[in-house]
Unconditional design. Structure first.
Length: 397
């Protein structure tokens, strides 16, 4: 099986979007994953190269497996899409000679994946951030809670989507929750959970492609619906400009001298016109299909930058079309099940019914197998569910 490009974490929507983008360029694309079941694995557009070891728990074996797949397929463009991005960045010198890995350096990605460090950096760059505490002692935590103006959010410093994010109902619940997390995941003081005040607002994302500190493309979207009410992966979203948040995101990534893809997440209050930095996603993001559908094809632009240089990518970068709505249908079905469990049948019915979007992340008439592969992957995960450290969960799943 000869290929030009290898995309990892094939079961994810972001990976499948990248597969479609690269295939439209005429590239032969293969995929790999820890499982043989998923969107990319069941796609007619991509070839299935094989499985690899779990990246976070077996990083060296994972890199050996990836190297073997690259040698077997001849692929020279390697595009990771999830937390394996960080592992590959760390071991990039162990990959076969000539392989192009278009991601930031390991130190940059590690920094961006740490919610406490990025919160502090964003504040130093002049971005508004929710009041937060990066603490080491119980006394520090107690003092912060006494002076908090709203309820607080407790987050593991590393995680993705809503994994590892907790919303204590009362201030008295915060300290026991933090202690339980510290004990459960054996966290050292420098990894204690981040505690921050909750800010009310809409979820927004500003996604960018940078090349050695130079911004080549940018795209902004607003979340219309999320799989979990308290926040997390969006199931419905719209392309929409927001100059304030775009300025914040560009200022932050400029200061980081960023390289590769990243999405900066914000909360935005349309009434007051205020926005707050939340976190950086230093890789492909789950809603990337919307950007491609709205005219900013990040995977293709990344390929052009890596193969032909940033000027070529800049020349091909399009302007986003506003008002394009994308939907993750299976995500809505999963969310609807939760609504049914809480007796909210109206919401459940609305979310289960098709329609209400210009494009879908997971349904394509020319490749229907990907939806079935996605559903089978979620079913397999449900049947094999087990307690995982959220700092690993995003990778393993």
């Amino acid at each position: 099986m000869i290929a030009d490009a290898l995309v990892t974490c094939a079961s994810l929507r972001s990976s499948y979007t990248a597969v479609r983008s690269l295939a439209r360029l005429g590239l032969r694309v293969v995929v790999a994953d820890t499982s043989s079941v998923g969107m990319g694995q069941w796609s007619r557009i991509a070839g299935y190269a094989g499985r690899y070891a779990f990246p976070l728990t077996q990083p060296e074996q994972f890199v050996e497996d990836i190297s073997a797949l690259l040698e077997k397929t001849g692929a020279r463009f390697l595009l990771p899409s999830h937390d394996e991005t960080e592992v590959l960045a760390k071991y990039r010198n162990s990959l076969p000679a000539g392989v192009i890995l278009p991601v930031a350096e390991y130190e940059q990605i590690t920094f961006a994946n740490d919610k406490a460090r990025t919160m502090a950096f964003a504040a130093s760059a002049g971005l508004p951030v929710p009041p937060y505490l990066d603490w080491r002692t119980a006394e520090e935590l107690e003092h912060f809670l006494k002076n908090a103006h709203t309820r607080v959010v407790v987050k593991l410093r590393r995680g993705n989507s809503a994994k590892g994010v907790h919303y204590p109902a009362r201030p008295a619940d915060v300290e026991p929750l933090c202690r339980a997390l510290i004990e459960k995941y054996r966290l050292l003081p420098e990894r204690y959970p981040l505690v921050q005040e909750y800010v009310q607002g809409e979820g927004w994302g500003v996604s960018c492609l940078y090349w050695q500190g130079r911004r080549l493309a940018s795209f902004t979207h607003r979340r219309l619906r999320e799989k979990i009410v308290t926040g997390g992966t969006s199931t419905l979203r719209e392309s929409s400009r927001n100059p304030l948040l775009e300025d914040y995101a560009h200022r932050l990534l400029d200061a980081l001298n960023w390289h590769g893809l990243a999405m900066v997440e914000f909360k935005y209050d349309p009434i007051s016109g205020k926005g707050w930095f939340i976190e950086i996603n230093p890789r492909l993001w789950g809603s990337i299909h919307l950007a491609v559908a709205a005219g900013v094809d990040f995977p293709a632009l990344l390929y052009f930058a890596a193969l032909d240089g940033p000027q070529q990518s800049l020349a091909k970068a399009g302007l986003q079309r506003e008002g394009v709505i994308a939907r993750w249908y299976l995500g809505d079905v999963i969310a609807a099940a939760g609504e049914i469990a809480h007796g909210r049948l109206g919401n459940a019915l609305k979310w289960i019914l098709p329609g209400g979007a210009d494009t879908y992340d997971d349904w394509h008439w020319d490749d229907p197998g990907v939806f079935l592969g996605q559903a089978a992957n979620y079913l397999a995960r449900f049947l094999q569910s087990r307690e995982l450290n959220p700092e690993l969960e995003g990778m393993l799943w």
